[in-house]
Each structure stands twice: as C-alpha cells, then as structure tokens.
Design a protein around this ligand. Structure first.
Ligand SMILES: [Fe+2]
Length: 319
C-alpha cells in the first residue's frame, strides 16, 4: 500500500548471494557504538539502571557496557558536547590480515591496531566516508563474563541510524566494501542495510543540515519484554515520545524515547528477518503487505512510518 512500485516487486529482488561480487570484507554483526557526553556518570546510570545494561569496565571519563556475551555493546566517552555514533564496531568473521590486504587493494585505508581499548585487542580501524565516523572491524570481542538476565535488559544492540550528507557514498561503501545488502529504502533519502538475517543493522538518512546520530535501537525479546522495559523507563521518568506502533519498513514494533543527553533511543521487537539470502525475501508474517515481501522502496507517507496510525506532530523524519 505504500511502496512506490505495486506491480514489479520482482524487479527489485537483489541478486542471489552467490551471484553478487565479492567485497573486501563482509560484516556479520553490529558490535558496539560509542557515545560522547559531558556527564559520563549520568549516561552510565541511564544505561545501567534504566536500560539494565551491565557495566563491564570503567575508568575516569569512560565506561563500557554490555547487553550480554560481547565485552561491550556501548562505549561512553567524556567530551565537551553530547553526541552519538562517533565509533561503530562491526564483527567480521574473517582473518584480519587478509581483510586488511583486501581493503588496501580496494583503495581503502585501514590501520591495524591493538590499543583501541579493552575487549577488542585486535582490530582494523578505518574512517567512514561522508560522516568521518571511526569504524572498528574485529574478528571477535573478549567475552564479558556477564551472566544472562531475564529482566528489562535488552536482548541486544539492534541497529544504529545516522545522518549523512551523501547517501550514495554511504551505500557504495557499505555495500561495495563492507558487504552489506540493501534491505529497503524510503523514497530517495533513507536507506536500510543488513549484514545478517536481521532486516537492518545500519540505516542512513540523507541530510544537508543534520549530522551524527539519528537514533540507536535495542531489541526486546517479545512484547512482554518490551512492556517490562517501558514500565521501567517510565518509573525512571523517561516517557515515550512516539509509539508503540509498527513500522512498515522492517515491520518492527517500535517505541522511541530520549536518553538524558537527548539522543533518540528505540526499543523494538519483531523486526523482519531474511533467513534465506538466495530466496531474497523476508520471512513471511501476517502483517506484511504482500507475499513474498522483497526489499522495496517505500513512499515517505504516514503508513510507512507507522502501520498502526499515529505519527508525531511534524512527522518523525527530520532532515
Ligand atoms: Fe530504528
């Protein structure tokens, strides 16, 4: 009902994985995101007490927090101004020497580092085009040693969305160098990219005015877990500014609120998954607009934003 093309979905089907050209690296998972804040203690308190993350490591001006097995999912750094997504860490399950050589052969500058911080003793460090954000590519993190919980802690870091002045540069880098696959678009200004079965791990919005983080999203196991998380939010004074609703793009049930620094935080569940890249469509769900549900380009209308109805005053998309 809200895609730009109602009759030729199959023309938008991506080539089978086996037919795609190989890329210098193939990211398999979003690992962590770094935030800057003038008040490390306040943001750490939010992540531990409000969202239920485990504090794994802290030192003056810095904190590392996790949702589970990974050494960290979030890094908090002291800075004069608040900001999000200065660093993004991605897991690549491949030999770093070989990955380094392939990146260099593709004309991409990357530096092998062993001093970027605890938990990731060996990484390739490169710069994201257009935004200048730092990317870490690592084979694996040290285990956190944190015991699993079944309380309000998110099940994982789900995705991170950022503004970019050049959507084309970002797509060619993420798809051509890092091995991401196109998941969906909204019109010509918002693109969603996946690196594994999850509908998206990275999404980018074209903006000539805005920079940095658009939002970051943490996954709930199911609706009951999402309710637990939201009840805990409100107990700590963080009310929702949008949701719950269901996005058409990715079909996740979403909620949005602000962290103490004003960053937009999404808590979600039921994100689409693509279990078979060769088939190229998302695992069928009863709320899908069609079958099969292939990656597609959506119109920028209210139904794409929220199938259940309400959108915030002025619209959820700012650019
Ligand atoms: Fe999101």
């Amino acid at each position: 009902m809200t895609t730009t093309d109602q009759t030729t979905d199959r023309e938008q089907v991506p080539a089978p994985a086996s037919a795609r050209p190989s890329t210098p690296v193939r990211v398999s998972r979003l690992g962590y995101v770094a935030f800057e804040t003038p008040d490390v203690e306040r943001l750490t308190h939010y992540y531990t007490n409000v969202l239920g993350f485990a504090l794994v490591h802290n030192s003056p001006g810095q904190a590392f927090l996790t949702t589970g097995g990974d050494h960290h999912s979030i890094v908090i750094n002291r800075a004069e101004a608040a900001g999000g997504r200065s660093v993004v860490g991605y897991e690549i399950r491949e030999d770093l020497d070989a990955a380094h050589r392939r990146l260099q052969a593709a004309g991409l500058r990357a530096e092998r580092r062993s001093d970027i911080g605890p938990g990731t003793p060996d990484a390739l460090v490169l710069t994201e085009p257009a935004t200048g954000a730092t990317l870490h590519l690592y084979e694996d993190q040290d285990p956190s040693g944190v015991s699993p919980t079944f309380d309000h802690r998110p099940s994982k870091l789900g995705h991170v969305a950022a503004y970019t002045p050049s959507l084309g540069d970002m797509r060619s880098f993420y798809e051509g160098a890092l091995g991401f696959r196109w998941a969906d678009s909204i019109s010509d200004f918002f693109v969603f990219l996946r690196c594994n079965a999850d509908h998206h791990a990275a999404n980018f919005m074209q903006s000539n005015e805005l920079r940095g983080l658009h939002h970051i999203a943490y996954e709930a196991r199911d609706l009951n877990h999402l309710q637990l998380m939201i009840d805990n939010l409100t107990k700590h004074g963080h009310t929702l500014y949008w949701g719950p609703g269901r996005h058409a793009v990715g079909h996740n049930i979403f909620t949005y609120h602000k962290d103490p620094d004003g960053n937009s935080i999404e808590l979600f569940t039921q994100l689409d998954v693509m279990l078979d890249e060769e088939q190229g469509y998302y695992e069928p769900r009863p709320w899908h607009e069609r079958f099969p549900m292939y990656p597609t380009t959506w119109e920028a209308d209210a139904a794409a934003m929220n199938m259940w109805g309400p959108v915030p005053h002025g619209g959820p998309i700012k650019r």
